[in-house]
Design a binder for this molecule. Sequence first.
Ligand code: ADP
Ligand code: 5SP
Length: 501
Amino acid sequence: MSAVVLGVDLGTSAVKVLAVDQSGTVVAEQSVGYDLQQPQPGYSEQRPEDWVTGVTQAIQQLISNDHLNPDDVQGISYSGQMHGLVLLDAAGQVLRPAILWNDTRTTPQCHEIERVLGDKFIEITGNRPLEGFTLPKLLWVKENEPEIWAKAACFVLPKDYVRYRMTGQLAMDYSDATGTVLLDVKTGQWSQTICEQLGIPQRLCPPLMKSVDFAGNLTPKYARAAGLSLTTKVYGGAADNAAGAVGAGILSEDKVMASIGTSGVVLKYEDNPNTNYHGVLQFEDHAFPDKYYSMGVTLAAGYSLSWFKKTFAPDVDFKTMVESAGQSTVGANGLIFTPYIVGERAPYADADIRGSFIGIDGTHQRYDFVRAVLEGIIFSFKDLMQIYEQHGSQFKTVVAIGGGAKSPLWLQIQADIFNHPVVSLENEQGPGMGAAMIAATGLGWFDSMEACAQTFVHYGKVYEPIAAHVAAYQQVDQVYRQVYPQTKGMSAALMAYRRAD
Ligand SMILES: Nc1ncnc2c1ncn2[C@@H]1O[C@H](COP(=O)(O)OP(=O)(O)O)[C@@H](O)[C@H]1O
Ligand SMILES: O=C(CO)[C@@H](O)[C@H](O)COP(=O)(O)O
């Protein structure tokens, strides 16, 4: 083999490591899964050590199973699940399990941020305080675990922790830092106002770097453990959605990205830092210097499908279960699913809403339920896309990435519900490719990420909307949109019942 870079995509269900050569071809890939702990409703945690073990095992497998030559690995970079709080003590030891992006325990802390800072908060961060972000998690630990808080010396995000363990250097890149909602997006510095007003010591915030910045070499200990060479260079990396947008070639405002990972994301590149979605959509720094993106997040996209499979189809393999939806009809024979099974972030910021199947009929089969789940996730994306349409966005194409983009049927459902052409990538792993592109650009293989994208981004099949399906889905969408307002009160009452239990 010749020179390669490794793109480490630290997802919520698994870590995937791609080895990519100078032509942008994925020469090998390995994936290692890990668990999610949900000790109480609304809680979602992982052990940072599991991420490190997963990354190390995936790299070892690239070397032993795929015969990757460690001397060929010139650079490594990262794409990381966003917002997750990893608290470290002065010796760099993890103080508690990481509190993840889909953990919604922090509603009181979000209200407190709003009470203290009001509209100033959106002005500083470009975002509203929402449960998933890092700042409310810091406040939660401060209030609920004072003995841990007293030992905290620094906080980082998931991929930053992995990078720290590989290089011994603590840092956070800007694209992930905006997702903490502690960054002043205008100055590019940790916000003194937010820290002071909310009692977060600024010393807890790590040093900032650009995605393509050199972060260090591997420590001898890590190089030995993974079987890598000490000459391999490590680069900052990006938030998974920023990296996914890089890997999907979202470099202009005429393309939108639709990502189905554990979460679901509809994302648009933004040239103008003053674009204002009033906090309904997130506004983040891109992995490209001085560029931005906005996005809306469905908390349980791929997670809804995985939950359905685990609960109702444990005996069937994933692909077969997804393909069985082809036996149902457009609109799942009149069955609708709303994917709010862990609460929702956008367009409804509501930690207590829960999912529904509406219209269950005695004739429905399991394949109708599978289809309803696939469709309901995409209807939730459509809600987000309509926000862009209302803002006059003129995008033409949707680029689909993430585990959900493995299914041709689901890609066609996306085209039919969005009523836009949907293009897949040759390799569905947009974030891993984006991470590899960051390493390739950092190493100087290319002058810019834009130049790298011309060589590395390979589009696959285009799915065109089918007119009859578009019309049918428009009808079902009218019903789908009524489910949130009509189930909100019922969900809140059931959540109160569960909490009292
Ligand atoms: N064959 C498949 N067809 C459609 N969706 C799939 C398939 N296999 C996995 N998925 C979905 O992909 C999701 C995982 O996507 P991935 O991008 O790897 O997530 P993450 O980065 O959050 O770990 C799963 O939750 C599952 O619902
Ligand atoms: O919270 C967000 C974005 O704001 C999520 O998109 C996470 O970044 C997790 O991503 P996946 O594991 O689903 O890729």
